[in-house]
Design a protein around this ligand. Structure first.
Ligand code: AMP
Length: 287
């Protein structure tokens, strides 16, 4: 039996670094993050964090140096290793997108037959076209993919897009998305078998933060006679908690609501007789 501490590989630079460190801290882990240290022992939990490049996370988990990793779904699929994606983490969202010069009228994958496509995701790009029986030449670039058509290196590109502004600046337009990506928690299969319980505890803690972020804790006071109409408005997790107040005939209503609903909910609750309405963030939520 392997007695070493569970190891989680996480990005030490790039777009996913800060959001990942924030997630781990909000989940309750206490650790120092220095530029130099590759491996850091978490102070309050039996867990080692390995700080490595975003792409290297997949390799370290695949070769079992780490049991778990946090990286992009795109990077994970691109590496094409036999790994388990355990949990979407809700940040680092982007789309791997087929894009072409805006002054051409490419509209569908078939329009790219015989063309050259530049990408830093050659495995996913080749699979996308091969699945459709379309022959293309794929050129792998490590960065600045979006300038490839301008340089004459390729006719079109497959690249990660979040706002689309980089495409526009380079005279490109999106043709179609190939993959929706976000940061994920992944594990290797031997670790899933040998350390199932420990891994499940990490997943529960991380998921509690992700789940909490999309919810708000809603509190309000209202005359008891308005209770039914107020409860009818609140799309809560389960039935709201109703607590009598010291003031006769007045109750407090507590509920967990979707963060997306808060904007529309507040004026409706006020109109229905709610007052002293409070909306609080939820640090962690385990349904
Ligand atoms: P890094 O190379 O370390 O900055 O991380 C790149 C990863 O961040 C990608 O593989 C994606 O998973 C994620 N990401 C999120 N949004 C974008 C974006 N607009 N462009 C590139 N990568 C993004």
């Amino acid at each position: 039996m392997d007695e070493r501490v569970l190891r989680l590989a996480v990005p030490n630079k790039g777009r996913l670094r800060d959001s990942t460190a924030r997630l781990l801290r909000e989940a309750g882990l206490i650790f120092e993050q220095t530029e130099r240290a590759l491996s850091v022992r978490v102070r309050n939990v039996a867990l080692d964090l390995l700080f490595v490049r975003t792409e290297d996370v997949v390799e370290l988990v695949a070769d079992e140096t780490a049991d778990l990793g946090i990286t992009g779904l795109d990077v994970t699929y691109e590496a094409d290793r036999s790994l388990e994606v355990l949990l979407p983490l809700g940040y680092g969202r982007c789309e791997l997108t087929l894009a072409a010069p805006a002054d051409h009228d490419y509209e569908k994958p078939e329009d790219f037959a015989g063309l050259t496509i530049a990408t830093s995701h050659p495995t996913l790009t080749k699979a996308f076209f091969a699945d459709r029986g379309i022959e293309v030449t794929v050129v792998q670039l490590r960065g600045s993919v979006e300038v490839a058509p301008k340089l004459g290196v390729a006719d079109a590109i497959v690249d990660l897009v979040s706002t689309g502004s980089t495409l526009m600046v380079n005279g490109l337009k999106p043709v179609m998305p190939i993959l929706s990506s976000e940061a994920i928690l992944l594990a290797n299969k031997p670790a899933m078998e040998l350390r199932a319980k420990e891994i499940s505890r990490v997943a529960t803690a991380l998921n509690s933060v992700v789940a909490g972020r999309s919810k708000r804790y809603l509190l309000l006071n209202a005359p008891k006679s308005f209770l039914d109409s107020i409860i009818a408005i609140i799309p809560g997790l389960e039935s709201p908690t109703v607590i009598p107040l010291a003031e006769e005939g007045v109750v407090a209503v507590h509920s967990v609501v979707s963060a997306d609903d808060v904007w529309g909910l507040l004026p409706d609750l006020k109109e229905a007789g709610g007052r002293d309405i409070l909306v609080l963030p939820i640090g962690q939520l385990v349904p």
